[in-house]
Design a protein around this ligand. Structure first.
Ligand code: PGA
Length: 251
């Protein structure tokens, strides 16, 4: 039985003080009762180590939003796997559509980052998903398959046990227009089939596949009740404690 995972992708929001205030409040709300899901927050780099101090002794886990694939060196502006690890991260979001489109990250680059994360004992949250044009051209599964195959190239079955997949249709991200539970379920089941083919039944059964794209308290329950939707990667709605908690409660 897969336990649901709710992750908040803060993107480029909240400075250090705002982050501290937010996480302090979130922790107070989270620990009020036993939660049925695993909870991850992914603030900006500058807030990671303070975040770690605040969430200590709570079920909230920490992730970063990106890493570079080299260990260290002359890569101005980049952050390594070891650096985020030393700040207290267990997870890292990789292959997000904003990285793919705005920062031109290729499937091959994302694959290098996934390998680097795993090498440093970080758990990647690996994002895949089609654009509106691709959906309208009926090539959603081809697009997802290519992202899956190249992104997870040379990843062993054992390594796969440390990876979360997030299906995030690009047209649903930040638009307020979520995929319907049926649309999302269809692609999630397809991804689980890819996992079965590549890694076998057991790994496929155990892998967490999150849905992301305009998840909010109002639609979370319907999405999360689908058999292959194992959690949510939340952008906008994770920036308010009330709405993030609302999504956590719908597990
Ligand atoms: P959204 O973002 O919830 O604001 O649509 C999701 C994401 O980008 O991970």
């Amino acid at each position: 039985m897969r336990k649901k995972v709710i992750a908040g992708n803060w993107k480029m929001n909240y400075d250090l003080n705002q982050s501290i205030a937010f996480i302090t409040h979130l922790k107070e709300e989270v620990i009020k009762k036993e939660r049925n899901c695993n909870i991850i927050i992914c603030p900006n780099y500058v807030a990671l180590s303070e975040a770690k101090k605040i969430i200590k002794d709570s079920p909230v886990k920490l992730g970063a939003q990106n890493i570079y694939f080299e260990d260290s060196g002359a890569f101005t502006g980049e952050t390594s796997a070891d650096m985020i690890k030393s700040a207290g991260c267990e997870y890292v979001i990789l292959g997000h559509s904003e990285r793919r489109t705005i920062f031109k990250e290729s499937d091959e680059l994302i694959n290098k980052k996934i390998k680097q994360a795993l090498k440093h004992d970080l758990k990647p949250i690996f994002c895949v998903g089609e654009t509106l044009e691709e959906r309208e051209n009926n090539i959603t599964t081809e697009v997802v398959k290519k992202q899956f195959e190249i992104g997870l190239g040379e990843i062993s079955a054992e390594q796969m046990t440390n990876i979360i997949i997030a299906y995030e249709p690009v047209w649903a991200i930040g638009t307020g227009k979520n995929a319907t539970p049926e649309q999302a379920q269809e692609v999630h089941a397809y991804i689980r089939n890819l996992l079965t083919f590549e890694y076998g039944f057991q790994i496929a059964e155990n892998t967490i596949i999150q849905y992301g794209g305009s998840v909010k308290p109002e639609n979370a329950k319907d999405l999360l009740s689908q058999p292959d939707i194992d959690g949510a990667l939340v952008g906008g709605a994770c920036l308010k404690v009330e709405s993030f908690i609302g999504i956590i409660e719908s597990c």
